[in-house]
Design a protein around this ligand. Structure first.
Ligand SMILES: *Cc1c(COP(=O)(O)O)cnc(C)c1O
Length: 459
């Protein structure tokens, strides 16, 4: 029998949500009113929303059933124990603290271990992680391998930590000033690129040598596990669940936004082995999030996460998930549209600096490209570049990003292949008319996480 090549969406659709067509003229007016910031655009005015893969997943019939079965008791709800068991099953970590999303776990963790004089090391801190580290007074240092900083260099694990640089940095700063090392899997800000098992193992070895705990920012652990299965020798025949368990076996703690690989619309957790730290974390949790068996979530949310964590490691799902991103990547590459290669796990990253070489870096080329994709096709992506980098907290200078990217994040189980074909077509049209795109000037910015609320004018 011939081998079947078509990879189908491994689900059928039970409920549909209409999306609305508008005209280019209408969308250009919307953009102007929104200060050229797509965060200020109403979702109703977007046709294909690729702003984020966070909290945008379609839940399964199994998850909706779990929601109906949610236990809303304030303390000791059955849904909490289902959630706790599901998180423990995958992470093997001892103490599980629910939070309303990933950044709440980060806020609690870095409020305790951060502070002035401390340094947190990561392959690349995600923006909320960096903001929470810096808000505590600590410094955030990124040590991703050189290949991870270059959009076109091919490497199977571009999210890897630079191990030599890690050891050198620990020696320079002194291990007592480094409360933890946190590895982001997959590396979101660096293009959704995976981290290899070998790199996790070696990072752990170095951390252990200096008595520094190693954490995972585990938002996309399952996508990372699938890349390990496909690309790393020795893992071909292991299941994504087994691989996930091994990934977590190297860490002492983890933060997670369940809005990614939890396949839910809200939720997250902080998981820790350290009992003393757990006690402090639970105290802060009660102060801002809620009691330790719900952490700012409804019981039904906890039940949906428990089911989502089961579904996300299914091989059919992960094969479709990773392939759908690769599919868009192959089409764009064939059209000579510069993207980060190889494609990562949850998004396509268009290299706006390469595509719009006529727009200088200080005129936010990636923001300009994101706006144009919206104007021409009603597609909403997001800038991952100099606007997102914020200013240096000490010098107050702009921090130019290493890359100026537009991220087109693909929500989980939401869009079909024809939606993706449309996205490719719009990118092709925009690329062919790119000389008409002009740069942007930032006219308002907040002191932290400025890209959410910034306003721009066309130059
Ligand atoms: C989304 C994300 C976070 C923050 O999670 P929220 O649920 O948005 O607060 C942290 N780290 C990474 C890598 C993320 O992708």
């Amino acid at each position: 029998m011939d081998k079947i090549k078509t990879i189908i969406e491994p689900f059928k659709i039970k409920m549909v949500e209409p999306i609305k067509h508008t005209t280019e003229e209408y969308r250009r007016a919307v953009l102007k009113k929104a200060g050229y910031n797509l965060f200020n655009v109403k979702a109703e005015d977007v046709l294909i929303d690729l702003l984020t893969d966070s909290g945008t997943a379609a839940m399964s019939s199994g998850q909706w059933a779990a929601i109906m079965d949610g236990d809303e008791s304030y303390a000791g709800a059955r849904s909490f124990f289902q959630f706790e068991e599901a998180v423990k099953k995958i992470t093997g970590l001892k103490n599980i603290i629910p939070t309303h999303q990933g950044r709440a776990a980060e806020k609690i963790l870095f409020s305790i271990v951060g502070g002035k004089g401390k340094t947190i090391i990561s392959n690349t801190h995600f923006d909320t992680t960096r903001a929470n580290v810096e808000f505590s007074g600590a410094r955030a240092v990124d040590l991703v391998i050189e290949e991870g900083k270059s959009p076109s260099k091919i490497h199977p694990f571009k999210g890897n930590m630079d191990l030599k640089l890690l050891e050198k940095t620990i020696n320079e700063i002194g291990p007592t000033n480094i409360p933890l090392v946190i590895v982001t899997v997959t590396n979101n800000a660096g293009g959704g690129q995976p981290v290899s098992m070998e790199n996790l193992r070696e990072t752990k070895k170095i951390c252990k040598k200096y008595g520094i705990p190693m954490y995972l920012d585990a938002c996309r652990f399952a996508e990372n596990a699938y890349f390990i299965k496909k690309r790393e020798k020795g893992y071909e025949n292991k299941s994504p669940f087994e691989i996930s368990k091994e990934m977590f076996s190297y860490c002492d703690g983890a933060t997670m936004s369940a809005k990614k690989d939890g396949l839910v619309n809200i939720g997250g957790f902080l998981a820790l082995n350290d009992d003393d730290l757990t006690q402090k974390a639970r105290t802060l949790l009660i102060l801002t999030e809620g009691f330790s068996t719900y952490g700012g979530l409804a019981g039904r949310d906890l039940a949906a996460i428990a089911k989502g964590l089961e579904e996300v490691v299914e091989e059919d799902y992960l094969q479709y998930r990773i392939r759908s991103i690769e599919y868009v990547g192959e089409k764009l590459t064939a059209l000579d549209i510069p993207i980060i290669l190889p494609t990562g796990g949850h998004a396509i990253f268009v290299d706006a600096e390469a595509m719009l070489s006529h727009i200088p870096k200080n005129q936010y080329p990636a923001q300009a490209l994101a706006c144009e994709l919206y104007a021409v096709g009603g597609i909403r992506g997001v800038e991952i570049g100099s606007a997102m980098m914020d200013r240096d907290p000490e010098t107050k200078e702009n921090r130019p990003a290493k890359m100026e990217l537009v991220r087109l994040a693909i929500p989980r189980r939401v869009y079909t292949q024809s939606h993706m074909d449309y996205v490719v077509e719009i990118l092709d049209i925009v690329n062919r008319q790119k000389k008409n795109i002009c740069g942007l000037k930032m006219i308002y910015e907040a002191p932290v996480l400025r890209h959410f609320t910034a306003r721009y004018e066309q130059v």
